[in-house]
Design a binder for this molecule. Structure first.
Ligand code: DX5
Ligand code: ZN
Length: 228
């Protein structure tokens, strides 16, 4: 996985047809998705439940790009090995998920994956200042995690601060929540390179009409690129 700061669109399969994940993943990748974003929720860290390691393992053979797994669970550490076995390329844990994020990021890298750290809207950029040497990605939540289709929260100042803290380090800045062609430009201009989008990618399309996914992905990408 070579590093670059080009705009990458990562559709969240939280907005896909839950009875048809394989075909949905193939459809978004066929329509220009750069990464596939997989939202794991435990009904405890967030008030919603999705899927766990066996489901993620079943997605793996369908993902030809990058499987970007976002854990909204606590605790994280007991499950790291299971997500490595499931084939996650990037495993992101929330800094709010426990007191030992430093150890968690080390363990994720130790298990052979890229390590991401996510920040809830109420958490300042400084919370990850001493974790950056252990991180390959910082995910800035622009909604309170748990559900797709929520209203975008403006975190531009936080993204700018992180971009400055990161400097030359090879760390992606990912934005997650409420990303669409109207909100993508401001975060791209502030320094984000990975844009997660659920509803804005899947709306209006289906595996029978995948070209709609293609148009949705392209409009988010164009809006983001034109703001840089
Ligand atoms: C929210 C998830 C997001 C979500 C984004 O808890 O982490 O990845 O699916 O969905 P949209 O793009 O609909 O806000
Ligand atoms: Zn997510």
């Amino acid at each position: 996985m070579p590093f670059d700061r080009s705009i990458k669109i990562a559709p969240s399969i939280l907005s896909a047809d839950f009875a048809n994940f394989g075909a949905e993943i193939r459809a978004i990748e066929g329509q220009g998705a750069d990464w596939v974003h997989v939202d794991v929720m435990d009904g405890h860290f967030v008030p919603n439940l999705t899927f766990g390691p066996p489901a993620v393992k079943a997605f793996r053979p369908h993902v030809k790009t990058v499987m970007d797994v976002h854990l909204m669970i606590a605790p994280v550490d007991p499950y790291i090995e299971a997500y490595a076995e499931a084939g996650a390329d990037i495993l992101t844990a929330h800094v709010e998920a426990g007191p030992h994020s430093h150890r968690t990021l080390q363990a994720i890298r130790g298990a052979g994956m890229k390590a991401g750290v996510a920040l809830n809207p109420g958490t300042p950029a400084e919370a990850v200042a001493h974790l950056l040497d252990l991180a390959d990605l910082v995910c800035v939540m622009t909604v309170n995690p748990g559900f797709g289709g929520q209203k975008f929260l403006d975190m531009t100042g936080k993204v700018r601060a992180l971009r400055e803290m990161i400097g030359d380090r090879e760390i992606h800045i990912e934005i997650d929540g409420g990303v669409d062609p109207t909100t993508a430009p401001q975060v791209a201009a502030a320094g984000a390179d990975v844009l997660v989008a659920g509803s804005a990618v899947f709306k209006g399309g289906s595996v029978e009409a995948p070209e709609v996914y293609g148009r949705n992905i392209a409009s988010i990408r164009e809006a983001a690129e034109s703001a840089r």
